[in-house]
Each structure stands twice: as C-alpha cells, then as structure tokens.
Design a protein around this ligand. Structure first.
Ligand code: NAD
Length: 497
C-alpha cells in the first residue's frame, strides 16, 4: 500500500482541503507507485500565506548569522542522507544515480554557501556629501517568497531558491513540480529537523493551474521565483508585471557546442555525449545543437553516432545504466514529434530515433539517444527546445558563422567551444550571446557559487546561485543620519555659491 503524503502548512502536516491526491510513479517502471500526493487548491495556498505571514514576522527579526546557522545544519543533514536522497530521487525522476548524487551535492554546496552568507549580507557605508552626516545602506528581508520549481533537478533547484530566500530573512512557500514531489517533501523534513521555525516554510503540492497560479496571483506573496518552460514563465511574467511583484524567471534553452577544426576531438566526443544525453537531455543547459567545423565534421560525426548507439539505457539505479527514462509519456511523445519534424524538414537520422519498449523497458518512458545530421539552422529541431535525448548536428565553415548560428535562436542559456586556440577561446567568451560559456567542456555543469541564468527568452535578467541571488531576495535600504543639528540640504547647500 503506497503512502499518502501531506502538505506542510501552519507548522503541521495537513491533508489538502480538496481531498484530492495524485499518484507519483517511477518513470523507469510505472508499476512502481512511490506515493499519493496532495492535489491541492487555492484554499490551501491561502492558508499557507496566512502562516507564512506569521513566519515572516519572526524570521525577519532573527539575526542573519543565526538564520545561516540553521542552513549549515541543513547542509550537515543533507550530507548524512545523501545516498538515501539520491536513491529516492532516481526512483521518482529517473536520472542515473551518479547524477542524482550530484543533484543532492548541489543542494549541499548551496546550503553551506548560504550558511556562510548569513555573516556576509553586507551593506555599504559611503561618504555623505554633507558635513556631520552618515550615509549607508543595508539589506532587508522582503516578505513571502513563492517558489515554483520544475522536475529536472528535484533537489538542486528548490535549494537554489529556498536557501538564499531564507538566509535573507524571507518566509517561503514552495510548490514543487507535480512530477517529483517526494524530494521536496524530504527536504522540508530536513529543514524542520535542522531547527527552522515551522511557520517559516510551507509546502503546497499540486498542479500549476490549481496551486502555482493562485500562489503567483496572491497579493501577499511579494516575491516569485520560477524555473520551468518559457511558455509558463511568460504567463507568470504577465501576472507579476500587473501585480508589481519581484520576479525571477529561469526558462528554456537551445544550447550549442561548437567544435573547431583544431579541437581535441577525443575530449569533444566525451563532452558532447555527456552534454547531450546526460539526464536524458532533460537539462535546461543540455547540448541540443552541435556545430562542427567542416574539416572535422565527417570524422567526428561517425565516431559520435557509434558512441551514442553504445550508450546503455536503463533504470537509473542500475550501475550499468548510462541514460535513464524521460519523465513521462507526454515528454516522450514530444520527442517523437520532434524526430518527425527533423525528418520532414530534411535532416538525416545518424543514430536512435526510436522508443525502447518491451522487456525491462516495457513500463518505462525510454527513448534511444538520437542524433540528426544535415540539420540547417532554420529547422525546427535546431530552433525549438525539445527537452529530451535529441542532438542536432550543424556543419559550419568559419568561426564567425558558428557564432552567428549559436546566437540566432530565441534562447540564451549556455554555450561551449572546443578549441586549442587561446585567442579564439577568449573571443568566444565575448561573442557568444549566453549567460554561461564553457571552453573545452560541455554546456552543462554549473557550480553552485557562480551566477546561473540566461539571456533573451531564457530569463528576465536575474541570476540564481553565487552572490547575485542574494540581491534578488533582499531589498536595499539607504539610510542617512544627520548629526549636524541644522537643516542641511543635499545638492543645494554645498553648491549654492
Ligand atoms: P513547466 O513549465 O511545465 O513546469 C514548471 C513548474 O511550473 C511546475 O511546478 C508546474 O506545476 C508549474 N506551473 C505550470 N503552469 C503554471 C502556471 N500557470 N502558474 C504557475 N505555475 C505553473 O516546466 P517543466 O516541464 O517542469 O520543466 C522543464 C522546463 O524547465 C524546460 O523548459 C527547461 O528548460 C526549464 N528549466 C530551466 C532551467 C533554468 O535554470 N533556466 C532549469 C531547469 C529547467
């Protein structure tokens, strides 16, 4: 009998007011039911907001170093449970175990970074233009942060949002992806065990339309942070614009790896296999376009197609598996649809292009790693996000052409270039229009202490990770203290001659 899970609202685990639940199943084996999770509604969101308002009153007055201490303890608990969390994550999300461990590790890194940041939420002291007057700035908590997360990084992405929001003194309401609710359930248990006052965190499970939407629209939720598809982000952006909310959007990608004619091809081969097929292509930073210089194109593509055909599909908990399943049937059907578009538009399949069904794949959403060659920059598979194990190979003649192709898409998250030419590597850092560029490494592999995010339709100018995210979750107040005992007028008294 599968367990029935609850929301965490008002300091207690509670059933949803709707009385409805949804099933959470293993995407590698859908006969494996992980649990039933609340299919909550707007009333649950409203109760979460009431509790988070109380939580904010307490937490915003808790000294930032003390808030940081709790996050450090969260880091310690994540370390102690890393293996169990990774196993549970693979069971609900499908990524292979090594990657699930990496996902938890990113949460650990983010916890320790945030813990230390509790002692480093600096303001500035600056000279005043007037005599006997002090001028300084400091950071204040904002209020309730509403966090909406996708399925592909069940631990890392919630922690990227939650930990900085908490250290900055905000209370939090999180709505995790309905595809991976179990990981965040465990994360909230850990936060409570670490000593977070219960009203500071609320967990409301459910769907985008019935929980995400009311959360975004609630007038008392002043900050929204969303990671997910560009289509959903556009809707959320409109609402937040209308309601004057602070909003961070992290959305889709169409990331390219460029292989120059002087590249180390062995290195590039390892890189593209990992970048394109790691997490079954379900990373916002996944390599979905491979731009190869004509001089090395044919050689490289032959080796790549052979290597992709050798990749072992399977349950991510099996150590022999290199590629897990897709998250659900809708995702696999989307991949299939795009494989159809690739053929219709005139590209050629070099590897994959089909489901893996039958036998041990019978109850999972498996799809063979797929490579198209002869892709043109205007093909749909070269322009639109597929979010699956499909790589589009485009041949180019010059560096300038490769840059043009890289930049000529709606998205701008990650890019990469393989070359031995140092000058060209630095030119690429300047020319590639993305939030992240790698040299001699694939488009994936962000580190928790660097800013993460993209340009154009990938984001809205904010960054997660690193030092920048702490600005997003706090308000800066400028403070002036005049101890002259007379009225001093800025911009006037010093210049009134
Ligand atoms: P999705 O947009 O379908 O869902 C993301 C979250 O939004 C889920 O929790 C969902 O329930 C919620 N949601 C859906 N409709 C909503 C609405 N109207 N109002 C409020 N919330 C709503 O995305 P997904 O399929 O879970 O994730 C895949 C997408 O996420 C890809 O496009 C990928 O590129 C993107 N992504 C981006 C980054 C990044 O940092 N740029 C990282 C990971 C994933």
């Amino acid at each position: 009998m599968a367990k029935t899970f609850k929301n965490f609202i008002g300091g207690v685990w509670v059933a949803p007011t709707t009385g409805q639940y949804f099933d959470n199943r293993n995407p590698a084996d859908t006969t494996d039911l992980i649990g039933r999770f609340p299919d909550s509604g707007a009333k649950d969101v409203a109760a979460a907001v009431r509790s988070a308002t109380e939580g904010f009153a307490v937490w915003s007055r808790t000294p930032a170093p003390a808030r940081g201490d709790i996050l450090r303890r969260v880091g310690d608990l994540l370390v102690a449970r890393k293996e169990a969390l990774a196993n549970a994550m693979t069971r609900e999300m499908g990524k292979v175990l090594a990657e699930a461990r990496g996902d938890v590790q990113e949460g650990i890194d983010t916890a320790y970074y945030a813990g230390a940041e509790g002692r480093r939420l600096f303001g500035r002291t600056v000279p005043s233009e007037l005599r006997a007057k002090w001028a300084m700035s400091y950071r204040r908590p904002i209020g309730i942060a509403g966090l909406i997360t996708p399925f592909n990084f069940p631990m890392a992405i919630p922690t990227w949002k939650m930990f900085p929001a908490l250290v900055c003194g905000n209370s939090v309401i999180i709505k995790p992806s309905e595809d991976v609710p179990h990981t965040v359930h465990q994360l909230v248990e850990i936060l409570l065990e670490a000593g977070l006052p219960p009203e500071v965190i609320q967990l409301v499970h459910g769907r985008g339309q019935t929980v995400g939407k009311p959360l975004v629209e609630h007038p008392s939720v002043s900050v929204i942070s969303f990671t997910g598809s560009t289509a959903t982000g556009s809707v959320i952006g409109e609402t937040c614009g209308r309601l004057h909310k602070r909003l961070s959007l992290e959305m889709g990608g169409k990331n390219a790896m460029i292989v120059m004619d002087d590249a180390d091809l062995d290195l590039a081969l390892d890189g593209v296999l990992w970048g394109a097929f790691g997490t079954t292509g379900q990373r916002c930073t996944a390599t979905s376009r491979l731009l190869v210089h004509r001089k090395v194109h044919d050689r490289f593509v032959t080796r790549l197609a052979d290597a992709a055909a050798d990749l072992k599909l399977g349950d991510g908990r099996d150590p022999k598996s290199q590629v897990g399943p897709l998250i659900h049937e809708a995702s696999r059907s989307k991949v299939e649809r795009y494989v159809g578009y690739g053929l219709e538009d005139g590209a050629t399949l070099a590897s994959g292009g089909k489901r893996s069904g039958g036998g041990r794949f019978a109850h999972g959403y498996f799809y063979r790693p797929t490579i198209f060659v002869g892709v043109k920059p205007n093909h749909r598979i070269a322009r639109q996000e597929i979010f699956g194990p499909v790589l589009s190979v485009i041949r180019f003649n010059t560096y300038a052409e490769a840059v043009r192709i890289n930049n000529d898409v709606a998205y701008g998250l990650s890019s990469s270039i393989y070359t031995r030419n140092v000058a060209l590597a630095f030119k690429a850092l300047r020319d590639l229009d993305n939030g992240i560029t790698y040299v001699n490494a694939p488009t994936i592999g962000a580190e928790a202490h660097l800013p993460f995010g993209g340009v154009k339709q990938t984001g809205n100018g904010h960054r997660e990770g690193g030092w920048e995210v702490y600005d997003f979750y706090s308000e800066t107040k400028a403070c002036y203290i005049d101890y002259s005992g007379t009225l001093q007028r800025a911009q006037i008294d010093n210049y009134d001659h």
